[in-house]
Design a protein around this ligand. Structure first.
Ligand SMILES: [Zn+2]
Length: 370
């Protein structure tokens, strides 16, 4: 455990006033924690694709705001009602932790009856609030973050690097949720459409769940190459192929009858028609990437009917997926080079540059280290 530091009077946060406006380092007061809150000193936060979408104004986000929801940090102050993490491990000042990217206002019908707390009415996400809102620090691009009531906290194992641990609460947990929805089982053939960070984790998780073969589809040669280190057996370039030809090409690789499951993590609905054609009769198709509204697409619905296809969407994740995500990374960190996925590190006063490089895909996962 490092040196235990007391809560200072103020801390710095990186604020943007409106989409595409420059980031500015500003100081805000730090108040004592309430009984159900935890104050952490952020050790790392990574830039997720959705931070870029928010910053570029493609999804609504309150401004002036502080972005960042893939965050880890060490406990500075622990509310008196918070004694243990979600797995029952005792929490103390100085512990390094991760926590759910969202917090809820419950209990409600979704938490008590449907068991989908992640879609509770009024669910709020870190990095999605106006900086003026109490307690100012609720985004990742800052020195501090308050973990607000009805979040789920998890202590991090000591041997996990910050680079391995930071994407756990968004990228990895989301793909645990997606691959669970796809019902990936021992011996399955899985197709992953899109080899961004989600696709790479998805391929690795599919392998860890027992998939016999993972096929990936991506237009970028470098990503296809990288995929081979994360459980991808065959990487296909879809360039120049129409939906029918691409569907057939991938289906032919998936002996004997086509893929058991296809996962979409490209963010584009255009890949859905070919994806459905890659499946065997009775296969599962899961959408994990098309997060933007108005993602329209046209496909032959008769294929779903005739081939007994299950179609599912996944948004956010259940708190149990956070535990599974952490355990997956901890158990497979020697098998897959997760540490290397965070390939750019930036200081707080360099967030603008980090966002630019992430948006232009010059880095896979940019990290902000306060
Ligand atoms: Zn995210």
């Amino acid at each position: 455990m490092g040196v235990i530091e007391a809560r200072p009077k103020t801390g710095k946060a990186v604020v943007y006033d409106a989409p595409n406006q420059p980031f500015q380092l500003r100081e805000f007061p730090l108040r004592p924690v309430k009984p159900n809150e935890v104050l952490v000193r952020i050790t790392m936060s990574t830039i997720c694709r959705s931070d870029i979408h928010s910053y570029e104004g493609r999804r609504p986000n309150p401004c002036p705001g502080v972005l960042g929801h893939e965050i880890i940090g060490t406990i500075v102050e622990l509310g008196q009602a918070i004694t243990h993490d979600m797995r029952g491990d005792k929490l103390a000042v100085g512990d390094r932790i991760t926590w759910s990217e969202y917090f809820i206002h419950g209990p409600n019908y979704y938490t008590e009856v449907l068991d989908i707390p992640q879609k509770s009415p009024g669910v709020e996400k870190y990095g999605h609030m106006a900086v003026a809102d109490d307690p100012h620090f609720h985004g990742g691009f800052a020195e501090y973050c308050y973990i607000l009531p009805q979040s789920w906290i998890l202590k991090l194992p000591k041997d996990l690097t910050d680079e391995e641990a930071t994407p756990v609460n968004c990228g990895v947990a989301t793909m645990i949720s997606v691959t669970e929805s796809a019902e990936i089982a021992m011996g399955d053939i899985v197709v992953v459409q899109g080899l961004g960070l989600l696709g790479l984790y998805g391929a690795a998780i599919a392998k860890a769940r027992g998939a016999r073969m993972v096929v990936a589809v991506d237009t970028v040669a470098q990503r296809r190459e990288l995929g081979l280190k994360f459980g991808v057996d065959v990487a296909v370039d879809p360039t120049g192929l129409n939906d029918v030809d691409l569907g057939k090409k991938v289906r032919d690789l998936c002996k004997p009858q086509g893929a058991d499951a296809v996962i979409e993590v490209t963010g584009s609905p255009d890949v859905i028609p070919s994806g459905i054609r890659m499946l065997r009769v009775g296969g599962r198709y899961v959408l994990g990437g098309v997060v933007n509204p108005d993602s329209f697409v046209r496909f032959d619905a008769n294929l779903l009917l005739r081939n007994l296809i299950t179609l599912r969407g996944v948004h956010n994740y259940h708190p149990r997926h956070l535990i599974e995500a952490l355990d997956f990374v901890a158990a497979n960190r020697k098998r897959f080079p997760f540490h290397d996925l965070v390939d750019g590190k930036f200081r707080l006063d360099d967030v603008g540059n980090a966002m630019k490089q992430a948006a232009e895909r010059k880095v896979l996962r940019a990290a902000i280290v306060p």
